[in-house]
Design a binder for this molecule. Sequence first.
Ligand code: FES
Length: 297
Amino acid sequence: MTANPDSVHGGHITGIGATRRSDSWWLSPAFVVAFIGMCFGYGTWAAFQGAHYWVGPSSGEAFGGYLSPLYSPVLLWASAAGAAPENHSWLGSFPSWWPDTILSPRSPALLILIFPGLFRFTCYYYRKAYYRAFAAAPPGCSVEGVRKGRYQGETRLFVFQNLHRYAMYTALVFNCILTYDAIQAFFYGGSFGIGVGSIVLTINATLLAFYTFGCHSLRHLIGGRLNCFTCDGTTRMGGHAWNIGTFFNERHMKIAWLSLGWVMFTDLYVRMVSTGVWTDFNTWSEPAQTAARSVGL
Ligand code: FES
């Protein structure tokens, strides 16, 4: 941040953090480091717990319950306090040969988080944010960053960033699954109702859908690749879809942070209710947190 006026390169002051800017440009990268650090730290911790990711009736047979988005879908199941009922698992139980070590606990979250994680990591907006905040390359517009030698873009070490389109396809599937979870959150033992958790899970599914709708890759896929928006009925539909994508795309940055924070909060909410620390206020007669404790193994 200290500038040496004698050291000028192509009109710019040189030296790490050197700039002629007088605003608080460092606030944005500082926020990114703090917020991503907090979410990554909490998410990793929660994923390794393998427990207290479910709130629902003790039988587990009837439709309904709250499932943490970090654990959805439950591909493989293992007995644990606050685990979802076994019949919620897509592929049955963890096999007996599964190594139950500290690095590979039988946690359903560890089987699925790679997909939403890759979608976020390769997001065009997040790239800008974390390249600035973590690599300082550069830390901001008109701010001198760490020199990295010859620029090779995303053709070498970061070539996997080009997988973003494929990560987006998986995100569309996750949007459907999380929407199903949000619908399920309005039922308890097969009875329709509403609780604070129903609203928390619905907001989560909505924000994640809005985040996906604003994706640059999706916007290209639904209309951006077209040369004409008015040539026929199909291209007109593509044009309308592109306009909707543009609406969300213009708000992609804000929705990215909101949705990331809300995913973590949703897991925290389910976890706190499942452990009995928080009470879920709802319209069902059986308090959800009591049922959650009784289903704990
Ligand atoms: Fe951000 Fe695709 S560009 S999710």
